[in-house]
Design a protein around this ligand. Sequence first.
Ligand code: FO1
Length: 319
Amino acid sequence: MPRADDLRITALAGGVGAARFLRGLVRVINPAHLCVVVNTGDDDEFFGLCVSPDLDTVTYTLADAVDQAKGWGLPDESFRSLKALQRYYPETWFGLGDTDLATHLFRTQQLRQGKTLTEVTAAIAHAWGVRATVLPMSNEPVRTVVHTEAGGLPFQEYFVKGRGEGRVRRIELRGLDDARPAPGVCEAIRSAHMVIVPPSNPLVSIGPIVALPGVRDALCQTSAPVVGISPLVAGKPIKGPADRMLSGLGIEASAAGVAGLYADFLDAFVIDSQDAALRTPLEAQGLRVRVTDTIMSDMEKSVALARTVVEQVLPDCRS
Ligand code: FO1
């Protein structure tokens, strides 16, 4: 059995929820042994700039540079450039901060020079001193489009401009048919000692990663235990519209509903103490269940949760 220090862990990640877990994980294991595969379905272009919100949230958080209150972006931001852009653009609802703009300018320029998103993401992570490997899920664009009664909206338009309102009827992953997992994604899942699915939205954060060809098979076939952490506590997410999205699609908005979406690849599931009653039904589905405090309101709680997850499955890990 490997020691916690030697563990090679691959985590799938959306934005804020996953990042809060990962900030604890890099204090429990060697960060150089962590590979994070990040959702890019939320990516979009604003003012000609390529914006990858989940990649940046993970990178800034692992660099201990994220705005703690919001969980995304950089602290002490000003928005003078955005205000100036109002002169030229009718819509400036997406809050790109002045400091954050540097990352989008760099990413856009590098992509236009022909670099892949994998290469640019590695360069950004390196520039922020991040020791973990941060991988975009794909180098091809996959865009999450949320269909409500009002029609299909690109993810940021649904989530930020529309505040996640409207009954969700369908989630479309535009571009999926022409996309492959980025180099290293399936290998990282297959060669890890442990795979973690942190508390991210199962439909629009983890869903796009798992939908890429070969990723679900890699998760099912890896010899590593796959452990998930429920993003829902007493049926509600800490942040975002996951519960309403699940209900809209006819899926139970609970830890059990989320476990059902991961049923074919999950070995163990960590649920919150408030959901202790779900332990027995989840165990009846063949899952190993750990009940603990999953609300990561500060760094100590993130570290404690990461330690619980790692210790829970450590005995299952092959050397
Ligand atoms: N979230 C918001 O609620 N409002 C914003 O204006 C906003 C801007 C933004 C800019 C850069 C960035 O990296 C993230 C940003 N986010 C904003 C967060 C983002 O919408 C979400 O965290 C993810 O897409 C969901 O994981």
